[in-house]
Design a protein around this ligand. Structure first.
Ligand code: ZN
Ligand code: ZN
Ligand code: ZN
Length: 326
């Protein structure tokens, strides 16, 4: 059973997905469902003996291309719609141990090309208006499978956080005649204190308005809206930038750094979004090597994040761990 239920109080959808309760939870390494099926072994999600990067539909999807009829009828106040969409799992590598950080730049570049391909293909589906590519990494984030992987949710609507960024970008352009994020990048570069890393095509910084101590944003230096707008050089530079910041994250506390990584691109509903600007956001939950930041009353109930740290200080800390990639 799954459906979308409307919250009229905040004007947002909530997805119910009760079948997800049965999903695999932290299996032992020999029973990883994301490892290639071994000869004579039990069948995993991936039948081939070996693979490079694989994408398949999530076995426990929150959204489905042929969704069930909602189990409950909507009313004027409580709108209900089928949970239509697509949920995919994206395996970065056949190797169980390790993380994206351990992959060479060439493998990360390949992953970026797969992201681009999925964005194009899922975005072209009639019922998909937004393709959301993300990774949850680490048990601190609630990850149930350790095999290095990310996910893609293709939504039937533009999710609220993106809608907010689109509105702000549009309003900024109307007021100033320029792109909001191009102006943010220019200001960060002028100031310099929050910049963590820079290459020919991308800039990584802890934004002035960071909500998490080590929140990091990667912005394209050229004004573009999606992975599909990038040149091959830009995609290679993005791979190098990801490798650089992921390695710095792991060096920070000398541990495999947990995070949520989300890719913010234009919607795929056919509208014109040339006021929007591609970026990737990381929200790591750690405040220190052993302390987590929790989303408590103010964050969850009021929407005001309390960040106990200053972006300028955290950026200089992280910058000290940046090393060129080979
Ligand atoms: Zn595995
Ligand atoms: Zn821009
Ligand atoms: Zn964003």
């Amino acid at each position: 059973m799954s459906e979308l239920r409307w919250n009229p109080l905040v004007g947002e959808w909530v997805a119910t997905a009760t079948h997800r309760q049965e999903r695999t939870f932290l299996p032992p390494a020999d029973f990883c469902p994301l490892c290639p099926t071994k000869p004579g072994g039990f069948p995993t999600e991936v039948p081939e003996n070996d693979y490079d990067i694989v994408v398949f539909e999530n076995r426990f999807p929150s959204l489905q291309s042929n969704p069930p009829v909602p189990a409950i009828e909507g009313t004027d106040l409580y709108k209900v719609r089928p949970a239509q969409g697509v949920c995919e799992v994206l395996l970065y590598t056949p190797h169980h141990a390790g993380t994206l950080t351990d992959e060479p730049v060439e493998q990360i570049y390949k992953l970026i090309r797969v992201w681009t391909d999925r964005f194009k293909e899922l975005g072209a589906l009639r019922f998909v208006n937004y393709v959301f590519i993300f990774e949850n990494k680490g048990e601190a984030i609630g990850v149930t499978l350790h095999h290095p992987h990310g996910q893609i949710y293709a939504y039937p609507f533009i999710p609220p956080r993106i809608e907010r960024e689109l509105e702000q970008s549009l309003a900024h352009r109307a007021r100033h005649g320029s792109c909001l994020l191009c102006d943010v990048v220019a200001e960060e570069r002028r100031d310099g204190r929050r910049i963590v890393a820079l290459n020919n095509s991308f800039v990584a910084f802890i934004p002035f308005y960071a909500r998490w101590p080590y929140e990091l944003h990667i912005c394209s230096r050229r004004h573009l809206q999606a992975l599909t707008d990038m040149t091959e050089t830009e995609q290679l530079d993005l791979a190098a930038m990801l490798k650089m910041v992921l390695a710095a994250f792991d060096r920070l506390f000398n541990l495999s750094f947990p995070y949520m990584m989300v890719i913010h691109q234009r919607p795929t509903d056919g509208g014109n979004y040339d006021h929007y600007h591609f970026h990737i956001e990381f929200y790591p939950p750690l405040r220190t090597a052993t302390k987590l930041k929790y989303l408590a009353g103010s964050e969850t109930g009021a929407g005001l994040f309390i960040n106990d740290t200053l972006a300028e200080e955290k950026a200089s800390e992280l910058r000290a761990h940046i090393a060129p990639v080979v």
